[in-house]
Design a protein around this ligand. Structure first.
Ligand code: CP
Length: 306
């Protein structure tokens, strides 16, 4: 694998390899006993985030450091992009500083693909979220989390709830879940927050929370992506919560051992009630922790390490 740009079309063998490799990194990822292993020693990883991030940027930094890479976090706010330098000129200059790997977040769908086509063949690009298109490492850490708690994929019913239309996370999750053989993937949302023909992605469509959550094993919540809804009629937070907020009462419709996931950042009281977010079935913080091992697995896979 040269670049990781999307989970769409990613062979099941590669998906499973990354999850298995991440299992081997979980104990290393916490850094309590062994701080570093030398798989990326001498390599430079450049985090270039043109959109804000807490989880993805930080866990990539931790993961790269655990693998002994040198990590550079480009501060876009104080970079020369504000003087009109283009994305590719910026990348060319970072390549001149001997970048080996780029971790890229951008508000434009396709930005990471553009960079991947532009750079020399020995350089690797990881998409850390592009517009509403894809967020493959989020989907991979979500798959890791599901496998950790549920062991298998082939017997699961999974509901993805909320703003699927504007969500790069949802797209990447759907491709990963269907590739890994989850037999029933549901999307639960108002019509206005679903892409047209979403069922062509292999999902079942629900507009009612009670029906959509009935007997599911996994509930994956999504944030309203207000920043990507230019000009759209936004639902009010109260209105949205009334119909699509995950409350204890609604969660009780899922299986009693269902897990609750959220990629973050959460908007409490909008898509999820605090009692659920902090409740016994929530695995939202373990998702973040697993993200370190999964990102170690992705970077070492791209670098060709067994
Ligand atoms: N899930 C996710 O992408 O979170 P951040 O925006 O904090 O990176």
């Amino acid at each position: 694998l040269q670049h990781l740009l999307t989970t769409e079309g990613l062979p099941v063998r590669i998906l499973r390899d990354i999850l298995d490799k991440a299992s081997g990194f979980v104990n290393l990822a916490d850094g309590r006993e062994i701080k570093k292993i030398p798989l990326l020693h001498g390599k430079s990883v450049f985090n270039i985030f043109f959109e804000n991030s807490t989880r993805t940027r930080t866990t990539f930094e931790i993961a790269a450091k655990r693998l002994s890479a040198d990590v550079v976090n480009l501060n876009i706010g104080s970079s020369s992009t504000s003087k009109g330098e283009t994305l590719l000129d910026t990348v060319d200059n970072l390549c001149a500083m001997h970048a080996d790997m780029f971790v890229v977040r951008h508000s434009t769908s396709g930005a990471a693909h553009l960079i991947a086509r532009h750079v020399a063949p020995e350089i690797h690009v990881i998409n850390a979220g592009d517009g509403r298109h894809a967020h493959p490492t989020q989907a991979l850490l979500d798959m890791y989390t599901i496998r950790h708690y549920k062991k298998e994929f082939h017997n699961l019913r999974v509901a993805i709830v909320g703003d699927v239309l504007h969500s790069r996370v949802a797209r990447s999750q759907i491709h990963a879940l269907t590739t890994l053989g989850v037999p029933e993937v549901r999307v639960v949302a108002p019509k206005t927050l679903l892409p047209s023909h979403v069922e062509k992605l292999g999902v079942q469509v629900y507009h009612d929370m009670a029906q959509g959550l009935k007997d599911v094993d996994v509930v994956m919540m999504l944030r309203l992506q207000n920043e990507r809804m230019q000009g759209a009629l936004l639902p009010s937070a109260q209105e949205y919560f009334k119909y699509y907020g995950l409350t204890q009462e609604r969660l009780a419709l899922a299986k009693s051992d269902a897990i609750v996931m959220h990629p973050g950042p959460m908007n409490r009281g909008v898509e999820i009630d605090s009692s659920v977010a902090d409740g016994m079935q929530s695995v939202i913080l373990p998702q973040v922790t697993f993200g370190i091992a999964v990102r170690m697995a992705v970077m070492s896979t791209l670098a060709g390490n067994k």
